[in-house]
Write a protein that binds this ligand. Sequence first.
Ligand SMILES: [Zn+2]
Length: 117
Amino acid sequence: MSDKINDCPFCGSSWIETYYDHVECNRCEARGPALDDWDKALRAWNSMPRLEGDDLRRQRSMWASRYLRQRRQRTRAEYERIRAERNSPEAKQARADRKWAAERAAWLARPIDGAAN
Ligand SMILES: [Zn+2]
């Protein structure tokens, strides 16, 4: 018996997750049949009808562009989160406090007229 797990029959991904009773594609979430025995589940996955040639290439590029889109959206969400944090009242107060502390320090460090004599 071979333990080799074929690429996903639907999107061609090799990012495959195995469970005790079935095989699943992490990229497109395709699932092999859940069977009572792991060997049977693996055989069932490996013998699922696969896309080939142009069909497989089309499907692969579809998933690749979907992945890139998701990554862009995550980056944008992260950016929005950081911006919201920066504009929060707490952050504004902290900036004002720092500015005030710096002004106060400068004022305390100023030369005092006549003090040197
Ligand atoms: Zn897949």
